[in-house]
Unconditional design. Structure first.
Length: 285
């Protein structure tokens, strides 16, 4: 099996941070803020990290979404429906999050390449991880933008023409984060319909080129597309952890011990402070 995370490529061992069942934080930016702080640590010589997390009910906009003419009104409407809302600092467009969506972050160092510009390779690492996690299903995972899907991009992941995953990237000076949302359980079309209703409100009078034209039938969950079944969140999460552990086998034990010793998780107070900073940074004027 191909292993992208090797010392020769400057990443070193990659550690697992599984927060998939930690659901006490109401602020969806808490997990994004944790990524941000961990990325800074990775850039200072800390370990590479695979971070798995979920949020019970949120709607995360891209920066461009937040600037649509009626975005504030659309956001208020979502909040009345019980969604936490925020604008994320990574690329991409609007995404709904719930307990059926697995969020996956790869936090990696730039190593000795401060001018590293191989964006495609960065995305390919996430593609490889997800493909390896799904290899036992027997289904082919394709890449390429899916017409009508929300949060469209070149690295949409799909099965038989229906999107189940989108990927975005956040870069710092010495490290970067590849973030993916994987629709594991439930209805993909219902989530796409929610995003479409957001744009119907937020994009009133906007140029159609400024937002995705979402079609509900474009999107499905792994539960719908594969044989993972109704417990697809747990099955997929365990598969991701299995792949990371397979990659770890190639590392020397001393390297793994050193990497674990170098990981210092930020305090909850630090994470909340960063979340507030991110929210202020992307608050509309």
């Amino acid at each position: 099996m191909t292993t992208p995370f090797t010392p020769s490529q400057g990443t070193g061992p990659i550690l697992l941070l599984d927060r998939i069942h930690e659901l006490s934080e109401d602020d969806v930016l808490y997990s994004f803020a944790l990524d941000e702080l961990l990325c800074r640590q990775t850039g200072r010589g800390g370990p590479a990290i695979c971070h798995l997390w979920r949020h019970p009910r949120a709607f995360v906009m891209g920066v461009r979404d937040s600037r649509l003419p009626e975005a504030s009104e659309a956001e208020q409407q979502l909040r009345k429906l019980g969604y936490d809302t925020a604008t994320r600092h990574s690329g991409g467009a609007a995404v709904p999050l719930d307990l059926g969506v697995v969020n996956l972050s790869l936090i990696l160092p730039l190593g000795d390449q401060p001018n590293h510009q191989n964006f495609q390779q960065d995305f390919e690492w996430m593609v490889l991880l997800i493909r390896e996690a799904l290899r036992d299903t027997g289904y082919t995972v394709d890449t390429g933008e899916i017409a009508g899907a929300f949060c469209p991009g070149t690295y949409d992941l799909s099965i038989e023409g229906r999107k189940f995953c989108g990927i975005a990237q956040r870069r710092q000076n010495k490290a970067f984060i590849i973030q993916a949302f994987i629709i594991a359980e439930g209805s993909g079309s219902e989530r796409a319909s929610l995003v479409r209703s957001f744009y119907d409100k937020a994009a009133a009078k906007a140029d159609p080129a400024d937002y995705p034209l979402v079609q509900p039938e474009s999107t499905a969950s792994l539960e719908q597309l594969t044989t993972l079944g109704p417990n697809a969140v747990d099955v997929f999460t365990e598969a991701v952890k299995r792949v990371i552990r397979e990659w770890q086998v190639s590392m020397e034990q001393a390297e793994m011990i050193s990497a674990a010793a170098n990981l210092q998780l930020p305090s909850s107070e630090e994470i909340r402070h960063m979340a507030q900073s991110l929210r202020q940074r992307y608050t509309r004027d």
